[in-house]
Design a protein around this ligand. Structure first.
Ligand SMILES: Cc1cc2nc3c(=O)[nH]c(=O)nc-3n(C[C@H](O)[C@H](O)[C@H](O)COP(=O)(O)O)c2cc1C
Length: 382
């Protein structure tokens, strides 16, 4: 099959637009090497911080399934369709010093593959902001091709970390600017979906100098409560905190966030994340304007680094290019963003009778119509 899968994104050459996102599939040297061998063009490392972290004393990630013959959704092992992943895992439990020699070795083994270093620090003081620069300088000196700023981890208590930075446009701009001061490689800002209008945060990241936005991280969520035990399906000593939802359940949610941003900034670069397991999912992100996509949950469930997932993505894209060759499409650039303008306001959607629709107001104004008595049911009704 013909067709060129390669893409240029934020100035970096990728042999295909498919990356593993920052998560367990990219938490170790051996995983990343296996991922490159399997065909992923790039990886975003599990988020690297300056200090070691300690995770909860229990399961960090579980998968929810939806029963096929009932409304049941559960983390218990049932025969059913994958609904989502749920996790409250913190960033890498290995500090910067552990990562540096590994980044060097990985880049030496696969110089043409792309290694994006995901980094995270606080932002509450100049000292904290300097940590971002320490992380960035060390990772780029070791050979990282780009940075992804983790402004989106949904389970950080500190008000100046993770998604708490991503909810504050000023902190987003400041952190991005601080990294930009020392960066010799592109900066991707990974935003949280847990805000009212993600266009505001995307603008702040671009103002700070971000070269791209990655979206989404997981959505803030709680596990369900087991109706028999009355305990949360994932908990430690009966206690739970909010965690992050990923996988199929967030695909449409994440697409909506992405559409908002790609419409607001049609000339900027976006890496789509959320619920991707095959090419049809990735295609939705591409048609909205994304130049790369990233995968986590589907890869975790496929031998830890997704060898079958990447095979399917590559095969799917080749087939897609082949079946659209008659349109003259040879690469992603030929169809990227062509459905972005189809996302419009409700009032722009055609009605069976346009004269009957007033966008939620009647011709004389909403308040007046609200006070009108309900019309008598035609023909006496029931
Ligand atoms: C167990 C787990 C750990 C994660 N750790 C990180 C992380 O360290 N840094 C980060 O930016 N995102 C992290 N993520 C979020 C993923 O990179 C990704 O944005 C999210 O899971 C949505 O993609 P998916 O629907 O393909 O899972 C994690 C996700 C999971 C499930």
């Amino acid at each position: 099959m013909s067709g060129d899968l390669s893409v240029r994104f934020t100035g970096i050459e990728f042999d295909n637009p498919f990356l593993l996102s920052s998560a367990p599939p990219t938490e170790s040297e051996s995983n990343i090497l296996r991922a490159f061998e399997a065909g992923w063009s790039g990886v975003v490392t599990k988020t690297i911080g300056l200090h070691p972290v300690v995770n909860v004393a229990g399961a960090k990630t579980r998968f929810l399934r939806a029963a096929l013959d009932s409304p049941l959704i559960t983390m218990k092992k049932i025969l059913g369709a994958l609904h989502s992943s749920w996790n409250w895992e913190l960033i890498s439990d290995k500090p910067l010093d552990w990562w540096i020699p590994r980044i060097e070795r990985i880049k030496k083994a696969f110089p043409k593959k792309v290694l994006v270093a995901s980094i995270m620090a606080g932002s509450g003081s100049d000292r904290e902001l300097a940590h971002w620069q320490t992380l960035a300088k060390a990772c780029q000196d070791a050979g990282a091709d780009a940075f992804e700023l983790n402004l989106s981890c949904p389970h950080m208590d500190r008000p100046d970390m993770g998604s708490n930075i991503g909810k504050d446009q000023q902190q987003i701009s400041v952190v991005t600017q601080v990294v930009k001061e020392v960066a010799k490689v592109p900066i991707w800002a990974k935003l949280t979906p847990s805000t009212t209008d993600i266009v505001v945060e995307a603008r702040a990241a671009f103002l700070g100098g971000a070269d791209a936005i990655s979206s989404s991280n997981t959505f803030t969520s709680l596990p369900l409560i087991d109706p028999e035990t009355l305990e949360f399906e994932i908990q430690v000593d009966g206690l739970v905190s909010t965690g992050g939802l990923g996988g199929p359940a967030i695909l449409p949610l994440s697409l909506a966030k992405m559409a908002q941003m790609t419409k607001a900034f049609p000339d900027k670069s976006f890496s789509g994340i959320g619920g991707i397991a095959d090419f049809s999912h990735a295609l939705s992100y591409f048609l909205l304007g994304c130049g790369t996509v990233q995968v986590c949950t589907a890869a975790m469930l496929d031998r830890a680094v997704g060898p079958n997932v990447i095979r399917g993505l590559i095969h799917g894209m080749r087939e897609f290019l082949e079946s659209n060759a008659h349109r003259g499409w040879k690469s992603l650039e030929d169809f990227r963003g062509i459905r972005r303008d189809r996302v419009v306001a409700q009032s722009e959607i055609r009605r069976p009778d346009a004269s009957e629709y007033h966008g939620g107001h009647d011709a004389k104004g909403y308040a007046e119509s609200f006070e009108k008595p309900a019309p008598a049911a035609a023909g006496g009704g029931k």
